[in-house]
Write a protein that binds this ligand. Sequence first.
Ligand SMILES: Cc1ncc(COP(=O)(O)O)c(C=O)c1O
Length: 411
Amino acid sequence: MTGPAELAERFGTPSYVYDLDRVARARADLFAALPAGVEVFYAAKANPHPELLRELRTGGCHAEISSVGELDAALLAGFPGDRILYTGPGKTAEELTEALTRGVRLFSTESLGDLRRVGETARKTGVTADCLLRVNHATGAAATSIRMTGVPSQFGFDSETLPGLAADLREVPGTRIAGLHFFPLSNAKDEAGLIAEFRHTVAAAATLQRDLGVTFRLLDIGGGFAAPYAVRGDRPVYGPLRDALTDALDEHFPDWRDGAPRIACESGRYLVADSGTLLTSVVNVKDSRGQRYAVLDAGINTFGGMSGLGRIMPVTVEPHESAGPGGGPLTHLAGPLCTPGDLLGRNVPLPGAAPGDLLTVPNAGAYGPTASLLMFLGRPAPAEIVVRGDTLVSVSRIRHQRTYDHGQAPR
Ligand SMILES: Cc1ncc(COP(=O)(O)O)c(C=O)c1O
C-alpha cells in the first residue's frame, strides 16, 4: 500500500515519498558508468535523509558533507569517519573540532586561510587532517546552468595562483595535502559535455600536481551527473563516459588503477532525484484577471529548491484519481505562503483542478525539504515517507521549534 493516494490519505500532504529501490538503481547505474575503482561520494546536501544515506553507504558510496547536521545524518546512517569528506567555504573552528573529534579526517579547503584553520583545529584535537585543495579552474568545458568555476568565487583556490602558494601550503602544521578537489558544475546538459569537463579536469589536475610538487593520494574530480528536477523524464544512463574517463586517467595518472592516486567523483541529484515524489493537495482554485491559480499546501517552504534558490523551473504535476476531469486554462501553482514569490510553477497544464485534488510532482527526491524555506511562516515540515517498492520503511518529519539557551522564555 505505497501508492500516492493511500500514502496521502494515511500521512497527509504535503509529503515526500522516497523509494529506496530507485536509489539503489541510480547508484548501480552511476557505478556502472564509471571506471571500476572510481569512488563515489554522495553529496548529502541533495538529501540528507539518513535512510537514503544508509542505502548509499551499503551500496559502497562515501559521504560528502558540509555541516554538523549532515555529519549527524551521515554518522546515524553508519558512515565511519574515514568515509566522510567535509567540504564548504565557511567551516568554523567549532564545526571542524566536532568533525575531527567524531572521526572525520578528510577536508576540502578553499584557501590558505581555510587550510590554516583546519590545521590549527586538527593540532588542538591532536590529529592530522588530510586536506584536498579545491580548485577554481580558470577554464571549463561543459554546458550547464550551474557552473561554479572560472569566475571570482568563495569556492576554491584560483588555478592561476595556486602553484605560487606551494611552499606555504606544504608547511601548514596539522595538515597533509592529500590532493585536489574539483567541482566545476552541476547537472551537465549532456554526456559529451560531461566527458569534456572530466577530461579537462584530469588534465588540469596532472598539471597542478607537477606545478605544486606534491604527489596526490586522492583526486576528487567532482561531478555534474544530471537528473530531471520536478519534471517528467528519466535520469540519463551514461555510456561512453566510462571509457573516456578511463583513457584520460590512464594518460595523466598512469598508476591510478593501483590507487595512486585514488580517484573520486561526487554526486547528489543523480543518486536521489528520481527516488522522490512530492505529494501535495489543492487547497483553493481562483481566477484573477483571466489567469488561474491553484493554491497548494506545498510551496517554497516545502519544495524551495526551485524558487527558494531564485529559479522557477518548469514543473510537472500529475493529477491523481481524486482530480476532476476536463480542460481549463493553464494554471499557476501557488504555495500557501503570504508572499507572491511563493510560486512553484507558471502556466502548468492542470485540467479541472479543484480543492481537495491530490497532485504529485515527479523527480523530487533531491533538494527538497532541506533546500526549502522550511521555517518561513511556521508551517510544519512535510512528512518524509520512505518506501522500498511496496514496503513502507519509515515516516518522519523534521521538527523545528525555538529553544531558549538559558531556559527562560520571554514573559
Ligand atoms: C562540492 C559539491 N559537491 C557535490 C554537489 C552536488 O551536486 P549535484 O546534486 O548536482 O550532483 C554540489 C552541489 O552544489 C557541490 O557544491
